[in-house]
Ligand binder design. Sequence first.
Ligand SMILES: Nc1ncnc2c1ncn2[C@@H]1O[C@H](COP(=O)(O)OP(=O)(O)OP(=O)(O)O)[C@@H](O)[C@H]1O
Length: 201
Amino acid sequence: MALVVSGLSYGHPGGEILYRDASFRVEAGTVVGITGPSGTGKSTLGALLAGDVRARSGEISVDGVRLPRRGARPVQLIHQHPERAVNHKWRMRSVLRESHEVPQQTLDLLGIRSEWLDRWPAELSGGEVQRFCIARALHPATRYLIADEMTAMFDAITQAQIWHALTGIVRERGLGMVVISHEPALLDRLCDEQLAVERFR
Ligand SMILES: Nc1ncnc2c1ncn2[C@@H]1O[C@H](COP(=O)(O)OP(=O)(O)OP(=O)(O)O)[C@@H](O)[C@H]1O
C-alpha cells in the first residue's frame, strides 16, 4: 500500500519545468518530508499528489489505483492558509458537513470546541480554522495526507498541539503523510524519510 509517483514531469503553463521524470513512493503508515528552497515546486508537487493539478506526463497511483479524477479523494491536501480553504458564507458546522459527519472523538482530539461549530470562519483564529480543515481532510476514504506548511502561520504552542493531535490520528489510522516544510527541526522530528525537491530537476 503506497502513494506512488512514477516518471512525473511538470511545469506550470509558460513556466520552467519543475520536475523531470520524478519517481518516489510514500508507504502507508509512513511520513515523508519534502524540502527545498522557495519556488522549487514543493506546493505544486503537493497539489499534483492531491489531484488538484493534473500531471502532463507520468503517473500517480494510490494503493495500486490511478489517482481518481472524481469522487472521494484518497489524497487530501491541507494548506498553509486555512482561511482561504473554507467557504466564508458557511458556519463551521457546514464546512465540516460538506466533507463528512466528523466523529466527536476526532473533534475532541483536534481540540475543536463545540461552540466553534456555530461560528463563521471570520470569528475564529487561523489556528482554530486549521483544526477544522484537518478534521475535514480526515474523511473515512482518506488514505494519504499532504500537509503543506500546515502550521507555518502559528505560534509554537499551537503548532505542537496540532501536530501532536494529527500524528496520533495518522498513526492510528495507518495513513501515509507528506509534510512540506521549511523547518528542518519539524521534518527531523516527524519524518521517516526526507526528499529534496531539487533532486527531481
Ligand atoms: N498556478 C501557477 N501558474 C504559474 N506558475 C506557478 C503557479 N503556481 C506556482 N507557480 C510557479 O511555480 C514555481 C513553484 O511554485 P511552488 O509554489 O510550487 O514552490 P514552493 O517550493 O512551494 O515555494 P515556497 O517555498 O515559496 O512556498 C514558482 O516559480 C511559482 O512562481
